[in-house]
Structure formats: C-alpha cells, structure tokens
Ligand binder design. Sequence first.
Ligand code: SF4
Length: 94
Amino acid sequence: VKVEEKLFQNRYRVDAGRPHIQIKDEELCASECETQQCTVCCPAGCYTLEGNGRVVLITDGCLECGTCRIICNDHRNVAWEYPRGGYGVLFKFG
Ligand code: SF4
C-alpha cells in the first residue's frame, strides 16, 4: 500500500476558527526567511508558498508530526500546540 493510500484512511476533525498551529509573524516569513523549508517538509502540505514569497498555513489535515516546529528553528516563528481534545487527526493503522 502506498503512503498516500494510507494517509487517505486518516480522518480529520477541524476545530473551526481555532487552528492549533499559527505563523506568529507572516511578514517575517516573506522578508527574512530565505529557505521557507516548511513549504517543502510538511508531509501534509499544510504550508504553501505564494508567488509573492508569502507562506500560507492551512492546518486542516495536519498529522501533528512536529516537523514545522523543529524546522523553523532559526526564526521560531511557529506557534505550535496539539489540537483540543476530540479535534485533529484520527489515525487508522493496519
Ligand atoms: Fe505539517 Fe507536521 Fe507541521 Fe502538521 S505538525 S503542519 S503535518 S509539518
């Protein structure tokens, strides 16, 4: 089974209006971050790079892996918390 097919089995409950991860300063992503690695490393593709160099974060589908929190170590521009109970990803194994 391909990893994409496995991921498709996950379920996700969106906590509308209360994203568990936020970019603290969007201006910083555009003006001071040279690599914008979050747009490449997030396995769920939550971060996208806009044409104007801005990074857009949509947390729906986040796998709660913590990669973006670690990778933004230079700027520490990611505010990261686990979703509230009952929200977020529901993994299905097997
Ligand atoms: Fe993407 Fe992982 Fe960060 Fe979620 S925790 S937004 S899946 S890198």
